[in-house]
Design a protein around this ligand. Structure first.
Ligand SMILES: [Zn+2]
Length: 308
C-alpha cells in the first residue's frame, strides 16, 4: 500500500456565501492510499475545529507542557487547529464512510465533507454505508442535510449499540454536564431523525466483509474503532482514541474532550501498543495531514510516523 496522490483543492468563493465567510478560507482536500488487494482508502477533510491551547492541552501538567509540545513542533501558545479526517473506503461496489462530519450547524470552520467527496468524484448518493465511531458533533452531525433529511439517502447507517443507547437515553442530557448538553441534544435529534435507518453492532462484529468493530471506550462510553483487512494491507480507523500528537508521547494523560479521561487513557495505551506491535497503518480523525501513519514504540511511549 502506498500513498498514491494527495489533492489540495481551494474552495471557490462561490461555495462560501458572504454572510458565512469565515476568517480563513476553508480548504477541501483528500489524501489517497491504495492497497494491492483492491482496497482504496481516502482521508477526506471535513475542515477543522479551533481550540484555545489552554483547553486543548489542559490535561498536560503545566510544568511539562512547553517542552512536550515544542518537541512535537507545536507552539504551546498558538490556537490549536484540530483537523477532521473522514475515512472513505471503496472496495468493489461498496462506498463506506467512517463518520459523517459536522454538517452546517457545528462550527464555521467545519462541514466541508461534501466538497471533499466531490473533489474525488463521490456524491452523497453514492455512499452505501456510514459507520460511526461515536456520537460527538464533529462525527455525527453531518449525517443530516440543511433540510434535516439524511444526507446519504442510499446508505445503511451503523453505530455501536452502547454508543447508540447512551445518546438516545433521555437521562444523558442531564447527566452529561453543562458544557456538553448541546452535544446530547444534537445527537438525540439526529438519531431520532434517522430512526430505523440506524443499525447497531457490538464489539467484535464483522460489520461488512473484512471490517471488524473494536470497542475502544473512554473518549465516549461506546466509542468504536474499526479494523479493515490485515496489518499488511489494511487500515485501523481509530476515531478519537488519540486526538493529538501529544497523546502518543503521553498516552497516560486524558484529553480534554474525553468523557472518561482515565478509561480513555487506558484504552489509548492498549490500542497504540497493539497497532505498533502488529504493524498496522492507522487513520486518526484529528491527526495532522490526513491522519494516516504508523505507530512506533518510543521509549516507554509512542510516536506517530505520518505518511503525508
Ligand atoms: Zn469525539
Amino acid at each position: 500500500m502506498q500513498i498514491a496522490r494527495r489533492l489540495f483543492l481551494t474552495r471557490t468563493a462561490a461555495l462560501i456565501s458572504a454572510a458565512a465567510l469565515p476568517l480563513a478560507p476553508l480548504r477541501g482536500w483528500a489524501v489517497t492510499t491504495m492497497t494491492a488487494g483492491g482496497l482504496r482508502i481516502d482521508s477526506v477533510s471535513d475542515g477543522h475545529i479551533e481550540f484555545p491551547p489552554d483547553f486543548a492541552f489542559a490535561m498536560i501538567p503545566k510544568g511539562e507542557r512547553a517542552d512536550l509540545l515544542r518537541g512535537l513542533d507545536i507552539d504551546p501558545a498558538a490556537v490549536v487547529r484540530s483537523p477532521l479526517n473522514i475515512t472513505l473506503l471503496r472496495q468493489g461496489d461498496r462506498v463506506v464512510l467512517f463518520d459523517a462530519g459536522s454538517g452546517p450547524d457545528f462550527v464555521p470552520t467545519a462541514g466541508t465533507l461534501v466538497e471533499g467527496l466531490s473533489a474525488i468524484g463521490v456524491a452523497p448518493g453514492d455512499v452505501t454505508d456510514v459507520i460511526f465511531t461515536h456520537g460527538h458533533p464533529d462525527h455525527l452531525w453531518g449525517v443530516l442535510d440543511d433540510f434535516d433529511e439524511p444526507l446519504f439517502p442510499s446508505a445503511a447507517h451503523r453505530m455501536g449499540q452502547v454508543e447508540f443507547d447512551y445518546w438516545t437515553d433521555p437521562a444523558t442530557i442531564d447527566a452529561i454536564g453543562a458544557e456538553r448538553q448541546s452535544f446530547a441534544a444534537g445527537a438525540m435529534r439526529r438519531l431520532t431523525a434517522l430512526g430505523q435507518r440506524m443499525d447497531r453492532f457490538g464489539d467484535g462484529d464483522e460489520i461488512l466483509p473484512g471490517i471488524r468493530a473494536v470497542m475502544t471506550p473512554g473518549h465516549t462510553p461506546g466509542h468504536m474503532s474499526f479494523q479493515i483487512g490485515t496489518p499488511a494491507e489494511g487500515l485501523f480507523v481509530t476515531g478519537d482514541v488519540v486526538t493529538m500528537l501529544a497523546g502518543f508521547a503521553r498516552p497516560d494523560l486524558g484529553a480534554a474532550t474525553d468523557h472518561d479521561p482515565a478509561l480513555a487513557a487506558q484504552t489509548r495505551a492498549a490500542l497504540l501498543a497493539r497497532l505498533a506491535d502488529e504493524g498496522w497503518r492507522m487513520l486518526g480523525y484529528h491527526l495532522p495531514d490526513g491522519g494516516i501513519g504508523r505507530v512506533r514504540r518510543d521509549g516507554g511511549a509512542f510516536s506517530f510516523d505520518s505518511e503525508a
